[in-house]
Design a protein around this ligand. Structure first.
Ligand SMILES: Cc1cc2nc3c(=O)[nH]c(=O)nc-3n(C[C@H](O)[C@H](O)[C@H](O)COP(=O)(O)OP(=O)(O)OC[C@H]3O[C@@H](n4cnc5c(N)ncnc54)[C@H](O)[C@@H]3O)c2cc1C
Length: 306
C-alpha cells in the first residue's frame, strides 16, 4: 500500500517540485546518486574501482518527450564513454541505458538509433551497455530493440524483472550463450494481471528465474540486496558449478555497501549501479518505495526545511 502511494508520487510533478526544492534533499540524493555531472560519475567510478568493484553508470532521466531531450541524452552517453576510455576506467565500468530517456515512448525507431550509437561508442571504449527495463508496457519493445542491437553488439545486456508473470519464459529465451542478463525483482507499480503482488511470490519467481539463468549458457547478473536471495545465488553457483567469473552480483550505489565489499572480498564480481545527473526524482522515489526506513529519513528532512 505504502509502496503504491510512493510510486504514484514518483509520477507527480507537484510532489517533484516540493521535494526538489527542499534544501536538505541534496543530502539524501547524494546517498544514492553520484552527483550532477560527468566528472562526478568518473570520480565515483574510480573510487569504487579502487575498492575492487565493477560499475554500471546510469545517466538519470526517463520519459523523454522531445527529440532534443533524447538527443541530449545520447550525447551525454557518448561524452561519458569517451571520458571513461580516456580515464582508463573501461572495461570495469559499463553503462546502463533507459530507452525511455532516448524517446522510446514517442518513437521507438529513434530510441533504437540512439541506443545503437551508444553501443558503438561503448564498443569503441572497450565496454558494453545494459538496457534497463522499465514498466511492463515497454517490455516487448525493449526486448525487440535488444534483439536488434545484439546482432552487431552481442554483449548488450538485458534486464528481466522477477515480478512479471512472463519473466520465466523470457529467461528461457535469453539464457543462451554469451547472453548477459540482469535479473532484478522489479521497481514499478504493476497490475495483478501482469505481475505477482506479494513479496513471497516475487521471491519465489526470482529463484525460479535464477535457476533457469544459472543452468543456462549465458552470463547471469543477479541484481538484489536481499540477503536470502544472495545466499541462494551463492548456493546455486556451487550447484551449477559456475566459477565466480561466470556470473556477477549487482547492487545499487548507497545500498548495503558493506555487503558489496564482503562479496568482492570473497572473490565475486560485484557491480555497483551508479546513477548521476540532475533528473534524480523518479529514481529516488523508487528507492524510497523499497524501504520505508528511507521514507522516514526523507520525511524528517522535509519537515526541517527552511
Ligand atoms: C544493479 C541493479 C539494477 C537494477 N535495474 C533495474 C531495472 O532495470 N528495472 C527495474 O525495474 N528495477 C531495477 N532494479 C531495482 C530492483 O528491481 C528492485 O526494486 C531493488 O533492487 C530492490 O529489490 P531487492 O532485490 O534489493 O529486494 P528488497 O526486498 O527490496 O530488499 C531486500 C533488502 O535489501 C535492502 N534494501 C533494498 N533496497 C534498499 C534501499 N533502497 N535502501 C536501503 N536498503 C535497501 C534492505 O535491507 C531490504 O530489506 C535494479 C536493482 C539493482 C540492484
Amino acid at each position: 500500500m505504502l509502496r503504491s502511494v510512493i510510486l504514484a508520487a514518483a509520477g507527480s510533478a507537484r510532489m517533484e517540485r516540493f521535494v526538489a526544492n527542499a534544501p536538505i534533499s541534496k543530502n539524501i540524493v547524494h546517498r544514492f546518486v553520484a552527483g550532477d555531472g560527468t566528472e562526478d560519475a568518473l570520480r565515483v567510478s574510480r573510487e569504487l574501482a579502487d575498492d575492487g568493484l565493477a560499475v554500471s553508470l546510469d545517466h538519470l532521466g526517463e520519459d523523454t518527450l522531445t527529440a532534443e531531450q533524447a538527443e541530449a541524452t545520447r550525447d551525454e552517453y557518448l561524452r561519458l564513454l569517451g571520458r571513461l576510455k580516456e580515464s582508463g576506467l573501461t572495461p570495469a565500468t559499463e553503462v546502463s541505458v533507459k530507452l525511455s530517456a532516448l524517446g522510446q515512448k514517442v518513437d521507438d525507431r529513434t530510441a533504437y538509433d540512439y541506443a545503437r550509437a551508444i553501443c558503438a561508442a561503448a564498443a569503441e571504449a572497450g565496454t558494453t551497455v545494459t538496457l534497463d527495463m522499465e514498466d511492463h508496457t515497454t517490455t516487448d519493445s525493449t526486448l525487440e530493440i535488444l534483439a536488434e542491437l545484439r546482432k552487431d553488439y552481442p554483449t548488450t545486456g538485458a534486464v528481466l524483472q522477477a515480478y512479471l508473470r512472463r519473466t520465466e519464459g523470457d529467461c528461457r529465451e535469453l539464457a543462451a550463450s554469451g547472453s548477459r542478463v540482469r535479473l532484478c525483482k522489479g521497481a514499478y507499480a504493476e497490475p495483478e494481471s501482469v505481475a505477482f503482488q506479494s513479496a513471497l511470490d516475487v521471491d519465489k519467481s526470482y529463484v525460479r528465474c535464477l535457476n533457469i539463468l544459472m543452468a543456462g549458457e549465458g552470463y547471469p547478473m543477479l541484481a538484489t540486496h536481499d540477503p536470502r536471495l544472495i545466499a541462494i545465488t551463492e548456493d546455486r553457483a556451487r550447484w551449477f558449478d559456475r566459477d565466480p567469473s561466470e556470473f556477477e552480483i549487482q547492487m545499487l550505489y548507497g545500498v548495503r555497501p558493506d555487503e558489496q565489499a564482503r562479496l568482492a572480498a570473497a572473490g565475486y564480481t560485484v557491480r555497483v549501479y551508479v546513477p548521476y545527473g540532475d533528473q534524480w526524482y523518479g529514481y529516488l522515489m523508487r528507492r524510497l518505495a523499497e524501504r520505508p526506513a528511507n521514507l522516514a529519513f526523507l520525511g524528517r528532512a522535509l519537515a526541517s526545511r527552511k
